[in-house]
Structures are given as C-alpha cells and as structure tokens.
Design a protein around this ligand. Structure first.
Ligand code: ZN
Ligand code: ZN
Length: 238
C-alpha cells in the first residue's frame, strides 16, 4: 500500500508484494484477461503477454477497469480491435470513464474495442467455455466465471444458493479474501475458507488480499489442506 511501512509492505518476500487482482486464462489457442487493473500494463509486460483474444470484466470498480487504455498495444500488434465482455453495469462505467474510446470522432491511436454484453448465460471464447456466476459485492452484482473445471470469484461477500451450484464440481477455485477481520463487501479469510468447504472444491487460492492479511508465509501455514494464499505470477494448470 502506498505510504505504508508495515511488515507486509516492507517485506523482502516477493509473495508479500502484490499488484491488483487480475488473471490470464489460456488454452493452446485462446488467451483471455479477466479485468484490466491499474497495474494491467506492468502485468502484461512482466508476464510477456504477446496476444490477447478478449477481456472479461467482473464489475465496474476502478481497481478492475482502470488499465483498459493500455489495450492499445495489443490493437497495434494484432492489427485488430479487442473483444470486451461486460455486463450493462460495467459497460456504463466504461463509457463514463473512457468516454474518448466511445467518441464519434476518435483521436488516432486510442483503444479499439468491441463490446459484447454478457449476463448469466454461458458463452464461449475460442475453445474456452465460460459460465458466468452472479455473486454479491455488498449491493453490487459481480460476475464470477467458471472456465471448465476452474472457477474465479473476485470481489464478493455473498454467493446465493442457486449460483453456488454452478461452482460445485470445480477442481480449482480462486476466491477473494480481503483480510482476517470482517469487511462490508469482501469475504474475510474465515468466510472464504468456509465457502470453499461448503462448495467442496478440493483446491483453492485466495486473492485480493490486503496488507492487513499479514505476511504470506505466516498466514499460509494456518490454512486448511488444499487451501493457499495466491501470489503474483502464480500459475495453475487445470
Ligand atoms: Zn470491487
Ligand atoms: Zn477489487
């Protein structure tokens, strides 16, 4: 965290240095980014991503959309616009916050995107089948996504029974757990652990961690079998 001198923010363990929450989902032919954080540009540079087929958005909060402008580099090298999958709520925010991208007369070199509206219906991008799952971030609906046997749930503190059924059977899930103390719009660590246990997913990784979670190594040791804290650059095969 900016201007913080706590033991996590000053830690020399790389797993304690975290950028904002986002994932890259890849098959042999298709690459998808979920959310474009304020760190999107650096995340793409760090992982040497050379091509993306689509961006999926979970919700309109700034820490999940702010990096969209840097999609320009992919437009340039791929010589094409990029498909953006978002619900109506997120689309409204994109139009407000990136108004120049939607302008009638566009300045040359700005991002080129094609928006595809998603809701709760399953869809596919290339050879990747995707089931959206509606979760709640206090009062805001957020889309979680199941990609075959892998489920990604960021920013949420409530998942209704009907939507939980879509997660059941996943081999791996990623779930937000902000900190140990309860929070108004994110699962706490205890709540996240309980959710994974209820869903009976055998392998889980917690994300969207605040520095208030404490040091990675200390918390990791306390987690039940099959559960882990995620860290930047973590790769999972599924
Ligand atoms: Zn959020
Ligand atoms: Zn967030």
């Amino acid at each position: 965290m900016i201007a913080c001198n706590c033991e996590v923010c000053t830690s020399t363990d790389k797993k304690d240095n975290r950028l904002r929450a986002s994932i890259l989902v890849q098959s042999s032919t298709t690459t998808i980014v979920v959310d474009t954080t304020p760190d999107f540009r650096y995340q793409m540079l760090r992982e040497k991503v050379e091509k993306i087929d689509a961006v999926l958005f979970t919700h309109p909060h700034k820490d999940h959309i702010a990096g969209l402008d840097d999609i320009r580099a992919f437009n340039f090298f791929q010589q094409s616009s990029i498909n953006i999958y978002a619900n109506n709520l997120t689309q409204a925010a994109l139009k407000r916050e990136f108004s120049y991208v939607f302008a009638e007369k566009k300045y040359p070199g700005i991002p080129e995107i094609d928006i595809i509206t998603i809701n709760k219906d399953p869809f596919a991008i290339g050879d990747i089948n995707i089931i959206p799952i509606l979760v709640w971030h206090l009062h805001m609906p957020v889309l979680a996504f199941r990609f075959h046997d892998f489920t990604y749930v960021t920013d949420a503190n409530k998942i209704e029974e009907e939507e939980r059924k879509k997660i059941t059977g996943s081999k791996i899930m990623v779930l937000n757990a902000l900190r140990k103390k309860q929070h108004i719009s994110h699962f706490s660590l205890t709540e996240a652990i309980e959710m994974v246990q209820q869903l009976k997913v055998p392998e889980a990784y917690f994300i969207h961690l605040s520095h208030q979670m404490g040091k990675h190594q200390d918390t990791e040791k306390t987690l039940p079998v099959g559960m882990h804290l995620a860290y930047d650059g973590l790769r999972l095969m599924c």
